[in-house]
Design a protein around this ligand. Structure first.
Ligand SMILES: NC(=O)c1ccc[n+]([C@@H]2O[C@H](COP(=O)([O-])OP(=O)(O)OC[C@H]3O[C@@H](n4cnc5c(N)ncnc54)[C@H](OP(=O)(O)O)[C@@H]3O)[C@@H](O)[C@H]2O)c1
Length: 287
């Protein structure tokens, strides 16, 4: 039997690119990038989903420029806050399942133990607020949707911390990196593989497990330690720990964003690798 028809949005993003590649193992993938489906345009979303008639929608598109979102609030809310709700409503109309991604930035980071899915949210910045609005819009649509919160996504393409550190390491003798924000780096390929594994259980099983989950590698680290692991003990550059106060940014970041993943592990029967194992696998890839 042919597999499901799968619409992937944000197919040029870190996660979307990996998903568009790997979901092909399950069914027919319709990969939409910003050119073919602009999530800032509600009418375009409705038209694209009705034309594609997917059984599964995987929404990997997002407005992810955390600092710029402070001044582009309306656009961030259109893409992160409203579009997921429209996708969820269209999915419900079709009887399709929606997989959507959210972020640890829905929390204020005042905690010091891993956040469970039901922990109170209190975003510190416009990006986090817009992503929380998206979670709520998906829930309000009332269809079969799985929302996966994740954190610190990196990969070998696009723009992310790993590529920034690699570039700066080639240019500078010293890197000054924030050591007082704790979280979990997640390789986008590992997130995509987990999504494929979950979706591989079939649309009915997926629909049965609709809900909000934390999807993350295990362990915890700081940006400083993450940078040290990327540089990998080379004598140059020297990596120096600094505080968030030494590196002011337009958007405030939560100091702690580790996500508890027990609910995901119970529901789907597997855990993601530790962030260090995932990073080692990523660094072994040809650039
Ligand atoms: N990156 C992180 O550290 C992080 C952390 C936690 C959670 N997440 C969540 O994880 C998911 C995947 O993130 P990612 O890191 O893969 O993001 P990404 O690399 O920034 O990719 C996002 C994609 O969305 C596309 N996009 C932006 N505006 C759009 C629009 N109006 N219409 C259609 N597409 C649009 C972008 O297109 P262009 O390439 O044209 O800009 C880009 O390809 C998102 O839900 C994100 O919020 C990310």
């Amino acid at each position: 039997m042919a597999g499901p028809r799968i619409l992937v949005t944000g197919a040029n993003g870190q996660l979307g690119f990996e998903l568009a590649r790997s979901l092909g193992a399950l069914g027919e993938v319709l990969a939409a990038d910003r050119e073919t489906l602009d999530l800032a345009r509600p009418d375009a979303i409705v038209a694209a989903v009705r034309a594609a008639r997917p059984q599964l929608i995987v929404n990997a598109a997002a407005y992810t420029a955390v600092d710029r979102a402070e001044t582009e609030r309306d656009l961030a809310f259109a893409i992160n806050g409203r579009a997921p709700g429209i996708l969820a409503e269209e999915a419900r109309r079709l009887g399709a399942v929606l997989i959507h991604y959210s972020t640890d930035y829905v929390f204020d980071g005042a905690g010091s133990t891993p956040y469970r899915e039901d922990a109170p949210t209190a975003p510190l910045n416009a990006y986090g607020e817009s992503k929380l609005a998206g979670e709520r819009a998906v829930a309000a649509a009332g269809g079969q949707a799985l929302v996966f919160r994740t954190s610190w996504v990196y990969g070998l393409r696009g723009s992310n911390f790993l590529l920034t550190i690699r570039r700066l390491a080639a240019e500078r003798d010293e890197l000054r990196i924030v050591a007082d924000q704790v979280g979990v780096p997640n390789w986008c390929r590992v997130l995509a593989e987990a999504t494929v594994r979950v979706a591989g259980s079939g649309m009915a099983a997926l629909a049965d497990r609709a809900g909000l989950y934390h999807l993350s590698s295990t362990g915890a680290t700081s940006w400083y330690e993450f940078a040290c692991a990327i540089v990998g003990g080379a004598p140059r550059p020297r990596v120096v720990p600094i505080t968030s106060a030494d590196y002011p940014t337009p958007a405030r970041r939560p100091p702690y964003g580790v996500l508890a993943t027990a609910k995901f592990e119970r529901a789907f029967g597997f855990a993601l690798p530790s962030w260090r194992d995932a990073l080692a696998r990523c660094l072994a890839e040809p650039m």
